[in-house]
Design a binder for this molecule. Structure first.
Ligand SMILES: *Cc1c(COP(=O)(O)O)cnc(C)c1O
Length: 374
């Protein structure tokens, strides 16, 4: 039996053809027509914003925070319950991530805590330079109240939609819910370019500036002239070709991941102590990963379940360890914490790749049923 991975790449003949087109046209040297087309296609997919293809989602976060003016000594508000890259980007700019807890109904940033935090900071005259929202496991955060609060205090919102391309919030696409949004096309995401990312913004001037910075900040001149610090963050034409093929099948991939999640739910929902990541009614997730929760009477915990599945050649992972509990962020400010700590203690991500067969899903279910209480 083959190993079942958590979320492996799912590519096919369309991607192969596009990749060979880029190769055969000798568009190897970094940029090229597939990059332009991929940017236009992703921009069209999410509506009007302009898009910039990048080497990674983390590069997108770094540029986004740079664009909104984050610099040394600034504070940036970040949910604690996310992948570390969300907070790393602030640190690259010399800023300090300050963490906030999640809300129960979506596991994403709690709008009430954002309100509390900004009101307190406004009184003390120390507003953060930016707030980053995260659309965890492909479910959007409750952006309307968060964005309204941030607008009231003049705090820009960067949306880390790395995991959420294809999800919607009140009918609006993930990636467009803040001032600037980013996607990731890392190998484990719902669509992949093996490694890559995209930055989106409503203001085309911001994308123009990000494009400039992402190509080593070369001022217009025949020689190499620089009046800003730049980065080498562009996506290669070869990888953009792959991304174009992936984007075409995104709706199918979302449908398949939803069906996989439904299959897990149908088989496990009745088991004592077993539940699933909450899904709020304000949006439609892209179902990137199915997350099972193991309460105190489930008979096992995420470490036990991942260990058991691992021995049966099935990859499962605990949910993101909250960043305020990470050694590298020891001592960072944190508001609340009970919600994300429980989600970490009880949450386990099950294999959810869109290429999984029903038999693969059933194998994971059978293995899970061996260790949970029945
Ligand atoms: C994957 C991920 C990133 C980083 O994206 P890369 O393309 O791997 O740099 C950032 N934030 C979140 C929430 C992610 O899941």
């Amino acid at each position: 039996m083959d190993r079942i991975y958590l979320s492996p790449p799912d590519v096919g003949p369309v991607e192969r053809d596009l990749l060979l087109d880029a190769f055969d046209g000798n568009w190897i040297a970094p940029l090229g027509p597939h990059v332009d087309a991929f940017e236009a296609e992703v921009a069209a997919f999410v509506g009007d914003p302009s898009a910039l293809a990048l080497a990674s989602g983390t590069a997108g976060l770094h540029l986004a925070l740079d664009l909104v003016g984050v610099g040394p000594g600034d504070d940036v508000l970040v949910p604690s319950f996310t992948f570390a890259a969300t907070a790393f980007a602030a640190v690259y700019l010399g800023a300090r991530p300050c963490f906030l807890d999640s809300e129960d109904r979506s596991w994403n940033l709690d709008p009430a805590l954002v309100e509390e935090e900004l009101a307190e900071r406004a009184r003390q005259g120390r507003l953060p330079k930016a707030l980053v929202t995260v659309d965890l496991y492909g479910q959007c955060a409750d952006h309307d109240p968060i964005v309204a609060t941030c607008e009231r205090y003049g705090v820009p919102v960067v949306e880390d939609a790395a995991e959420a391309i294809g999800a919607t919030y009140r009918g609006r696409p993930a990636g467009t819910l803040g001032d600037i949004g980013i996607f990731s096309f890392n190998g484990n995401k719902i669509i992949t370019t093996s490694g890559g990312g995209m930055l989106l913004a409503r203001d085309p001037e911001q994308v123009r500036r990000a494009r400039f910075l992402s190509q080593q900040a070369r001022d217009p001149a025949l020689h190499y002239e620089h009046s800003s610090i730049g980065y080498s963050y562009r996506m290669s034409n070869l990888l953009a070709a792959l991304g174009r093929g992936q984007l075409r099948s995104l709706p199918d991939k979302i449908a398949r991941r939803r069906a996989i999640g439904d299959r897990y739910r149908a088989a496990l929902a009745g088991v004592p102590g077993v539940g699933f990541m909450p899904v709020a009614d304000f949006g439609e997730p892209n179902h990137w990963l199915t997350v099972v929760t193991l309460g105190p009477d489930a008979g096992t915990d995420p470490v036990g379940l991942c260990g058991h599945l691992g021995r049966l050649d099935v990859e499962a992972r605990p949910t993101w360890k909250p960043l305020h509990l990470q050694p590298v962020f020891a001592g960072a400010p944190m508001r609340g914490g009970a919600v994300c700590e429980t989600a970490f203690r009880e949450g386990c991500c099950l294999p959810s790749g869109s290429a999984m067969s029903d038999a693969d899903v059933d194998r994971v279910i059978a293995a899970t049923l061996e260790v949970v209480a029945r």
